[in-house]
Design a protein around this ligand. Structure first.
Ligand code: MLC
Ligand code: AMP
Length: 472
């Protein structure tokens, strides 16, 4: 009999100690189970349910309720604009909206009450059924729904528990968004599987991290670089057992500074929505700046060169990273063609990341194969979706979007636009309001024409070169 995904919820513990705290509001194990059962009572029988995934206790109760009932939870980004929200609702076929009522949501709404209690008990859910559907960006088009089973999530969390010696003795702290795998899958479902109390800080600010007093901390590199910029908060984290970075490359200077300020090197781990977390450095192993470590238990990795051959694991030869893992997704929802494209004939996932692997099995992520997949603040953003959003503005005739290196965000979205655009800010707000706030360009450059090659294709390298020159 497999262990239920949220196994710690079924482990009798004494007392009313908080198991989950979000922005100062807490629930004990028993309270969470009973509040989530009240949600399960209302959603049972649905196929998929949308969750308004704000950084609030309600989101945790809603997602756990869906999992109890065996209903796929579809977290909707808290900062989603109208077009993105409608796309997720329509594409996922969500039958209910768990959240505050909204005029633009056409399915029945159920408000979530963390104070509700139900004594219903639910049979163990088949680990093969979809547990969550998370929308993530590709290079072009609207975000795709990544279907993750309970089995895949459990495999990734168990691999990390082993690598990090993550146990119920840990207190996990983070303040990451609750609509991606980092904050939601690892940061909430992971904690509930392991049984380590979670303190979600509402926002991932250095001061809130410092005040939380945990043993295990999660952050994206932008969070860690902001922690380093606040040395007294950074020093307060020296009492923690592990600081973990992921979702984007941790710059070596940030790794070094964090090590100097806290007295311990951060642990880095690598993952993707489609694969969950697959590679990590170990609590008791080497932590090498710029490298993300070894495959988790059950994970196999390989590199493929441009010519299609397998690349040597010699620490130097670059290749596209492919992954075989029990934590792989079940496919993109409603999109068998894209699913087939993403997998090799023998069932390995093509990550689209360029990497090297050394003879000892250590991995270094060198970059993305495509310039059109941007990582900004740890968020994955497709250049194509931002370009489409810009083109929907009546004043925009042409648009090209690039990710420019940025010390705070890793990459910053810059949009080159042709058209009689009234002012930059209105265009930025337009994208923030249709797509989502975190996908807005940080800078708009209005130009007479975009550089194109003989085939008419925009030469993004020319734009990137121009940015490089202007930063010198
Ligand atoms: C700014 N704001 C606007 C706006 N411009 N609001 C409306 N319209 C506009 N035009 C407001 C925002 O609402 C927000 O308000 C505030 O300005 C700050 O927004 P921001 O500048 O975008 O936030 P920022 O400080 O840059 O955020 C940094 C960050 C964030 C690190 C906190 O990028 C973040 O949370 N990143 C984590 C992403 C993540 O979890 N990725 C994991 C993907 S999974 P207010 O009031 O709300 O503050 C993955 C796999 C793996 O990658 O391996 O893990
Ligand atoms: P997402 O789809 O949002 O889950 O983003 C996955 C992508 O984030 C990967 O394909 C990588 O490009 C990037 N990523 C995640 N973790 C790391 C890491 N530790 N180092 C470098 N890149 C990372």
């Amino acid at each position: 009999m497999p262990v239920p995904l949220l196994s710690s919820l079924y482990r009798a513990t004494d007392g009313a100690d908080p198991l989950v705290t979000v922005d100062g509001r807490s629930l004990s194990r028993e309270e969470l189970l009973a509040a989530a059962a009240a949600v399960a009572d209302k959603v049972a029988g649905a196929r998929a349910v949308a969750v308004d995934a704000r950084p609030e206790l309600e989101t945790v109760v809603a997602v756990v309720g869906c999992l109890l009932a065996g209903v796929a939870a579809v977290p909707v980004p808290a900062d989603a604009g109208a077009v993105e929200r409608q796309h997720i609702l329509a594409d996922s076929g969500a039958q209910l909206w768990l959240g505050e009522p909204r005029a633009d949501v056409g399915v029945p709404t159920i408000t979530v009450d963390p104070g509700a209690r139900s004594s219903s008990s639910y049979p163990q859910v088949d680990p093969a059924v979809p547990a969550v559907i998370i929308y993530t960006s590709g290079t072009t088009g609207a975000p795709k729904g990544v279907v993750l089973s309970g089995r895949a999530i459990a495999a990734s969390v168990d691999g990390l528990a082993q690598a990090w010696q993550w146990s119920s003795e840990d207190v996990l702290v983070h303040g990451l968004p609750l609509f991606h795998i980092h904050g939601l899958i690892l940061g909430v479902l992971g904690a509930l599987r392991i049984g380590s109390p979670l303190i979600h800080t509402g926002r991932p600010t250095p001061q809130r991290y410092a005040a939380a007093g945990g043993t295990l901390y999660f952050g994206v590199p932008t969070v860690w670089s902001r922690v380093c910029a606040d040395p007294s908060s950074a020093r307060a984290l020296s009492a923690a057992r592990l600081l973990v970075s992921g979702s984007a490359p941790l710059p070596v200077p940030v790794f070094d500074e964090l090590t100097a300020l806290t007295g311990a090197a951060p642990v880095e781990r690598y993952g993707m929505t489609e694969t969950a977390i697959t590679v990590s450095t170990r609590a008791d192993g080497e932590r090498r700046p710029g490298w993300v470590g070894l495959p988790l238990a059950g994970v196999r990795t390989r590199l493929r060169t441009e010519s299609g051959d397998l690349a040597a694991h010699d620490g130097e030869t670059l290749g596209q990273l492919e992954i075989h893992s029990p934590s792989l997704f079940d496919g993109y929802l409603n999109n068998p063609a894209k699913t087939a494209e993403a997998l090799t004939g023998d069932g390995w996932f093509r990550t689209g990341d360029i990497a090297v692997i050394d003879a000892g099995g250590f991995h270094r992520i060198v970059g993305r194969a495509s310039v059109d997949l941007i990582k900004s603040g740890g968020y994955r953003i497709g250049a194509g979706e931002v370009e489409q959003a810009l083109l929907a503005h009546p004043a925009v005739e042409e648009a090209a979007v690039i990710g420019v290196p940025d010390t705070d965000l890793g990459q910053r979205i810059v949009a080159y636009v042709v058209g009689a655009v009234p002012e930059e800010k209105s265009l930025i707000d337009f994208v923030a309001g249709t797509l989502s706030i975190h996908k807005r360009p940080r800078e708009i450059r209005i130009v007479d024409a975009l550089p194109r090659n003989a085939m008419g294709k925009v030469q993004k390298n020319v734009l990137l070169d121009e940015q490089r020159r202007s930063r010198r």
